[in-house]
Design a protein around this ligand. Structure first.
Ligand code: HEC
Ligand code: HEC
Length: 305
């Protein structure tokens, strides 16, 4: 027997042996399971066919001689024949190209079923149903819904009573803390999706005096806003802030938010865009639908002074 065939038989036997061991022998996967037995049978055929096809070509390489016209270039005596590309190969190459384009665009990768896609569609459908079902609820029912959203999503940071857990998050029982107002006036703010940002202290002029806002004025107006628009600082507010936030601080649509009280629009803006301020980072909440945002806005408006 030829040495090559002997090697083939040895390799085949070794591969089959390993396969047999890998499936756990006669006590394992082969035991009475028709699918496993078929799989193993297919593996056996594959191993045998592969080994003997390889042997056939190795043999051919050992004995083949080539004829034809050599190209001029050769590298250390190794040259190339000027053979035509076989027509079959060329056709196969073109077909494979077309198939590859089809596969990318219409076959699996682009057009594939995706769990994430299905999840997103389910969520969208659920939210549409949810919003249709609860579209008409208002008043106390809306506040109740908001409370349950709050307890599920916001309590971890803002605390059961929304007091902000010792300064970890904003205390939502009051519209703004003094240090938050001060932080915004000194640094400006551009989180909430208004067309123009809130300028920082180098852009805040007192209309009455025409001068830039001073440290003393910042302190006074911050206290005034944090106090629920009461106390000293009223004049500074009128002169410097009212042009955007309104005389009563309740904001103007598309210009500036309500800083006197919480309202649904303000809470929604915070939930849509998130916020980074004197206290920390408030994440945005894409996973809540519009009705849930409205509800939690109503809840916060109801508990805050
Ligand atoms: C040019 C218009 C303009 C002026 C003047 C202005 N603001 Fe604002 N303010 C805004 C805008 C716009 C925002 C929203 C910023 C954002 O998107 O984060 C804002 C936000 C705020 C916030 C943050 C609200 C929140 O929910 O966190 C506070 C506090 C505030 N302003 C206080 C003041 C005070 C106090 C003054 C006067 C000293 C003042 N602003 C003057 C436009 C203005
Ligand atoms: C990961 C913690 C965290 C979670 C969860 C969280 N918040 Fe906040 N939130 C914060 C922090 C921190 C601030 C303070 C940001 C700052 O420095 O002004 C804040 C601020 C706010 C503000 C303040 C706005 C203002 O104008 O100053 C509102 C409103 C708010 N959160 C509502 C909510 C609601 C509603 C939820 C639940 C849907 C929620 N938050 C969930 C951390 C959180």
């Amino acid at each position: 027997m030829n040495k090559l065939v002997l090697w083939g038989i040895l390799i085949t036997a070794a591969m089959l042996g390993f396969t047999y061991m890998a499936v756990g022998g006669s006590k394992g996967g082969l035991n009475n399971d028709i699918i496993n037995i078929l799989t193993i049978a297919a593996a056996v055929v594959l191993v045998i066919v592969t080994v003997f096809v390889v042997i056939k070509y190795v043999r051919q390489m050992q004995t083949d001689t080539a004829t034809g016209e050599l190209a001029d270039e050769n590298w250390d005596g190794i040259g190339e024949y000027k053979n035509e590309l076989p027509m079959g190969w060329a056709i196969l190459f073109l077909i494979l190209n077309i198939w590859a384009i089809w596969y990318m665009l219409m076959g699996y990768p682009v057009n594939a079923y995706s769990q994430i896609g299905e999840y997103n569609e389910d969520t969208k459908a659920h939210n549409a149903k949810f919003e249709a079902k609860y579209a008409s609820i208002t008043g106390d029912a809306l506040v109740d819904m908001g409370e349950s959203v709050f307890l599920a999503e916001c309590k971890v940071c803002h605390g059961l009573t929304a007091d902000g857990i010792d300064g970890k998050a904003a205390n939502l029982n009051q519209r703004l803390e003094e240090k938050s107002v001060k932080h915004v006036v000194e640094n400006g703010s551009n989180f909430l999706g208004f067309p123009a940002p809130m300028p920082d202290r180098n852009g805040l002029f007192n209309m009455n005096t025409g001068a830039l806002i001073t440290d003393a004025e910042i302190a006074a107006v911050s206290q005034y806003v944090a106090n629920g628009m009461k106390g000293e600082g009223a004049e500074i507010f009128t002169g410097t802030c009212a042009a955007c936030h309104g005389a009563d601080g309740k904001g103007m649509e598309m210009v500036a938010p309500n800083i006197a009280t919480f309202d649904i629009a303000t809470v929604k803006a915070v939930l849509d865009h998130g916020k980074k301020g004197a206290i920390g980072v408030m994440p945005s909440f894409d996973r809540l639908n519009e009705k849930q945002k409205e509800a939690v806005g109503a809840y916060i408006s109801s508990i805050s002074k």
